[in-house]
Design a binder for this molecule. Structure first.
Ligand code: HEC
Ligand code: HEC
Length: 402
């Protein structure tokens, strides 16, 4: 019975993902030219180096990057023993080969198959983001990690202290904490190591960066250049996904109502009578929604920023995501319900959620098919060179976690 329910759950998870989006986004392959034995030193140097298209990365004064902290941070990031029952690591939701996000799931699944409401965002360039999370509820990588460690539907630890005690009982960690900090594991030191590792996932140098900031007029083809003109002009995307004179994060780090949250809430409240489920490639069944509801985890409302401030004016506001490397990280939006960039562009072209109170910049755009192709070519040009090396570092000389 439980197995049957799990099977239906797996089907509904698959069904909630409208398209693989894989055609948008070839997977990065680790290259042989990346640093090998001294990968952690290379990662440290990358955290300190300038990157074409990015502002300087700010390191907390009390947590400068070192190779030892990065090596420890990587081991922690990939260690399933950090979850209550030894099944779940950070990297299982932020998968290196999937742009340090998760392409398989619209919304994340944690320990014991427990569902989350939200899509796991990429951690590439996360060192540049403040606030953190779709609702902006944290501000530093040194504190953010506590949330997944103790969330019941993520790594499900009963307390953060349990993780500290567990790590101090693991002989393989003792020398690593010693080398990085000259002291045993503590909550602060776990946060510093994870912060140093995640800040090393910093890369600029996309085709767009080379064209716009690197003086290489040939780096961007004409379709992507037309797309950029639309992005900053008629389509007005850049007023939230900002592009500066010297660098571009493609986010104003602010909160906005695109109408998407309200649209998804309306769909949650009035689900379709049946759900299309693809049980095998090309084999599609229409499943009664009541059957799905009977076995699936309930879907809860998501009020976005309001859940952090409880200010009614913050209802339906979500943080503007960066669009760097967006081609690598389908599905999209805070709940991953848009499977491809075409779906996202179609959403904006229609005028977003179409709610009268949504941000006035989100309105029907009247973009032609060619405009949409150009915008998509521009978004594809935001994929950085060098991601293959981030993947290589993550996977080479695998941490010796049992
Ligand atoms: C069960 C899947 C899951 C696990 C395990 C998990 N995460 Fe996440 N992570 C998510 C989701 C989903 C979000 C977005 C949550 C939200 O916005 O409320 C997120 C958000 C983040 C963010 C914020 C990114 C941004 O753009 O603001 C960081 C940083 C992060 N996770 C790091 C970690 C670290 C470090 C660990 C391990 C200690 C971890 N995650 C474990 C799913 C997961
Ligand atoms: C008023 C501010 C605003 C404007 C204008 C805007 N966006 Fe967004 N964008 C957002 C916010 C906020 C989100 C996150 C919404 C959510 O998750 O509910 C988002 C999400 C996205 C995403 C999904 C990213 C991901 O990783 O999930 C893409 C792609 C995107 N926008 C592209 C565009 C394009 C292209 C335009 C112009 C046609 C545009 N945006 C205009 C604020 C804006």
């Amino acid at each position: 019975m439980i197995r049957a329910a799990a099977a239906v759950l797996a089907l509904t998870a698959a069904a909630s993902l409208p398209g693989p989006g894989a055609a948008d986004a070839p997977l990065p392959v680790p290259a042989d030219t990346c640093a090998d034995a001294d990968w952690a030193a290379a990662a440290r140097d990358r955290s300190l180096a300038p990157h074409l298209g990015l502002p300087p990365l700010i390191h907390p004064p009390d947590n400068p990057p070192t190779a030892e902290k990065i090596a420890l941070g990587r081991k922690l990031f990939f260690d399933r023993r950090l979850s209550i029952n030894g099944t779940m690591s950070c990297a299982m939701c932020h998968v290196p080969e999937q742009g340090f996000a998760n392409r398989e799931l619209a919304t994340a699944v944690g320990v014991e198959g427990r569902s989350n409401r939200r899509n796991a965002p990429t951690l590439i360039n996360v060192g540049h983001l403040d606030p953190l999370f779709h609702d902006g509820r944290d501000h530093a990588l040194e504190t953010q990690f506590v949330a997944p460690l103790v969330a019941r539907n993520e790594m499900a630890n009963p307390s953060a202290g349990r993780v500290v005690a567990a790590l101090n009982g693991m002989p393989d960690y003792r020398p690593l904490f010693d080398r990085a900090f000259g002291a045993p594991a503590s909550l602060d030191r776990i946060g510093m190591a994870l912060g140093a590792y995640q800040r090393s996932l910093t890369v600029g140098d996309s085709a767009f960066d080379r064209w716009r900031f690197g003086g290489d007029a040939g780096a961007l083809d004409t379709a992507a250049q037309r797309g950029f003109a639309l992005f900053t002009g008629r389509a007005d995307c850049a007023s939230c996904h900002t592009v500066g004179a010297a660098d571009a994060l493609f986010t104003d780090q602010g909160f906005h109502d695109t109408g998407y949250g309200r649209m998804r809430e309306a769909q949650r409240q009035a689900p379709p009578p049946t759900l299309t489920v693809e049980v095998a490639p090309g084999v599609v069944h229409e499943v009664d929604f009541d059957i799905v509801r009977a076995v699936a985890a309930p879907r809860f409302a998501d009020l976005g920023r309001y859940e952090v401030t409880e200010d009614p004016a913050d209802r339906w506001l979500f943080r503007t995501p960066s669009l760097r490397n967006v081609g690598l990280t389908p599905p999209y939006m805070h709940d991953g319900a848009l499977g491809t960039l075409d779906d996202v562009l179609d959403f904006y072209n229609r005028g977003g959620g179409g709610h009268p109170d949504q941000d006035p910049r989100i309105r029907p755009l009247g973009l032609t098919d060619r405009d949409l192709r150009d915008l998509k070519a521009f978004l594809a040009s935001l994929t950085s060179a060098g991601i293959d090396c981030l993947v290589a570092e993550a996977r080479r000389h695998r941490p010796d976690n049992p």
